[in-house]
Design a protein around this ligand. Structure first.
Ligand SMILES: Nc1nc2c(ncn2[C@@H]2O[C@H](COP(=O)(O)OP(=O)(O)O)[C@@H](O)[C@H]2O)c(=O)[nH]1
Ligand SMILES: [Mg+2]
Length: 274
């Protein structure tokens, strides 16, 4: 029996590697024997790193919106994202023709255009509804500082709050991290209190209370901890993400990875007593 495809939306700050990751994950899925459909929702994408199966630029192109409406670059992006929402039923018709097991959806360069426009929520709802998962890429060079990591978790939590969909965090471009930095980030994921301590020690006198408050707020958002480390360059972490997607859609629940503060003692299938 055919079921609707599962959609993974790639989100994150500008330049974090959403487009590259979309391409790499599509390639991995295809090689693993799945039918992966790529969708570009970035009307400003210039030199695509891949040839998307469905491209929002067939309906809305950022450069054209900018010149036709006589807008500046920021105004044009906002207008483009609202124009996209007007085309959403047409886009869905095209998407339905493509079928597929997985839809990988690349989102606009700047995360706020996706997360902070009402039109994006409408877009996601109409295009893929509840069979959607949001992957948030954390910039590794910002994430290696405790304050940077906390800020990115806040941003990720904001995206989760906006969409109310299952969500996974990915540390992108892990090839840019030294082994020590990677180990430190992994430790922060597994033992969140060590992140709090590092953030407190790093923050200037007077703002230490803020780190604690941020930390406490984040602590209640368990699924955000313990990111998957990935690199589009090396092709790492793709199978882990695939497994997480399976888990999410099989259980219909938010992702909880072992080690996070709210996670249970999940056992992998088949590991029970004989
Ligand atoms: N080292 C490294 N660079 C990457 C990786 N993924 C993307 N990049 C580079 O980061 C830049 C931005 O990537 P892009 O996918 O366009 O980011 P987007 O704006 O989030 O879509 C490009 O120069 C990519 O070549 C990665 O896994 N490792
Ligand atoms: Mg991009």
């Amino acid at each position: 029996m055919m079921s609707d495809p599962l959609a993974v939306y790639l989100t994150g700050t500008a330049g974090v590697g959403k487009t590259s990751f979309t391409r790499a994950f599509a390639q991995w899925l295809t090689e693993a024997g799945y039918d992966a459909v790529t969708v570009n929702l970035d009307p400003g994408m210039e030199k695509p790193a891949y040839d998307p199966d469905l491209d929002i630029r067939d309906w809305v192109k950022l450069a054209e919106v900018q010149s036709e409406l006589g807008l500046g670059p920021n105004g044009a992006q906002v207008a483009a994202s609202d124009l996209m929402a007007l085309k959403v039923f047409e886009v869905r018709r095209e998407l339905e023709k493509l079928g597929g097991d997985y839809l990988l959806v690349d989102t606009p360069g700047q995360v706020e255009l996706f997360a902070f426009r009402e039109s994006s929520r409408h877009l996601v709802e109409v295009l893929t509804g509840e069979r959607s998962l949001i992957a948030f890429l954390l910039d590794p060079l910002l994430a290696r500082r405790p304050g940077g990591y906390l800020s990115l978790l806040m941003l990720s939590a904001t995206v989760q709050f906006r969409f109310g969909l299952p969500m996974v965090n990915l540390v992108g471009k892990e090839d840019l991290l030294s082994p020590e930095e990677r180990a430190l980030l992994a430790q922060w994921g597994e033992e969140p209190f060590t992140l709090y301590e590092a953030a407190r020690d790093e923050s200037p006198e007077g703002s230490q209370g803020l780190s604690l408050e941020l930390f406490r707020a984040l602590e209640t958002i368990g699924p955000l901890w313990n990111p998957v480390f990935t690199s589009a360059e090396l092709g790492t972490g793709l199978e882990d993400l695939y497994n997480l997607c399976q888990q999410v859609f099989a259980s219909g629940e938010d992702v909880e990875r072992s080690g996070g503060p709210t996670s249970g003692a999940d056992e992998p299938p088949g590991s029970g007593p004989e």
